[in-house]
Design a protein around this ligand. Structure first.
Ligand SMILES: [Zn+2]
Length: 233
């Protein structure tokens, strides 16, 4: 591809509130360099634009790269009657999601792989993929448990009754299923915050189904060994 127009923008004026992986919070970043490229296409509606910028964190001095992308057809009119574009922003290195902190060590490999892929999708801001993977996580847990049901909706109901999951959590798991369907069939992904919240609920299910029983059986095995040992002594 080739830009129809490419210009260097003045970096000095631009400050942005950006999530910093080192500071572990949003902090003020100052622009070091900014460039804007535009592709006009066959007339305005077909074109798009991108701004690329290098920014330095005011808290820790680390440098990140930001890319803003907008499509000319995807615009709205603001309160002052000015035309503005919906902008999608990506940052590199991506913001860490903490999804990889979910303990899947006692899960079957299939579930572990799906959660890891969701974490990396979220870290790369691939929200449609992360949304679909959230629903797949639920489905895989149901399949692994072998719960009955003609469709995922019924399987979730069986899953929740067999694991004694309360109604409030059950309705949130159904929400993940519905949002995952929207992702798969209508290309509508959840926001990053929604994906994270969804996986916090799934982490509870994973803990209940896999981690907590595994912890219990390790504790029991260890106690039995210790007790037998002390009996012999
Ligand atoms: Zn920082």
């Amino acid at each position: 591809m080739m830009w129809d127009k490419f210009e260097r923008l003045k970096p000095t004026a631009k400050r942005r509130l950006i999530s910093c992986n080192q500071c572990r919070r949003k902090s003020i970043h100052n622009a070091l360099a900014r460039f804007q490229g535009t592709v006009f296409g066959d007339g305005m509606p077909d074109g798009y634009g991108e701004e690329h910028g290098l920014y330095r964190c005011g808290g820790c001095d680390s440098i990140i790269f930001i890319r803003d992308h907008w499509e000319h057809e995807d615009h709205f009119t603001d309160d002052n009657g000015e035309i503005d574009f919906f902008v999608t922003t990506k940052q590199y290195p991506p913001v860490l999601s903490n999804l990889s902190d979910i303990d899947t060590s006692d899960c079957p490999e299939s579930i572990r792989n799906i959660v890891q892929e969701a974490a990396s999708s979220l870290d790369n801001n691939n929200l449609l993929a992360a949304t679909i993977l959230a629903r797949m996580t639920v489905e895989e847990i149901c399949n692994d448990l072998g719960v009955k049901g003609r469709n995922l909706q019924q399987k979730i109901d069986s899953l929740c009754s067999s694991l004694s999951i309360d109604d409030e959590q059950k309705s949130l798991i159904h929400e993940i299923r519905i949002r995952g369907n929207d992702g798969a069939h209508k290309s509508r992904g959840m926001s990053a915050a929604e994906v994270k919240a969804g996986f916090e609920i799934l982490a509870l299910v994973i803990d209940k189904r896999y981690s907590s029983p595994a912890r219990a059986s390790r504790a029991v095995e260890s106690a039995k060994r210790q007790l037998r040992k002390s009996k012999k002594n």
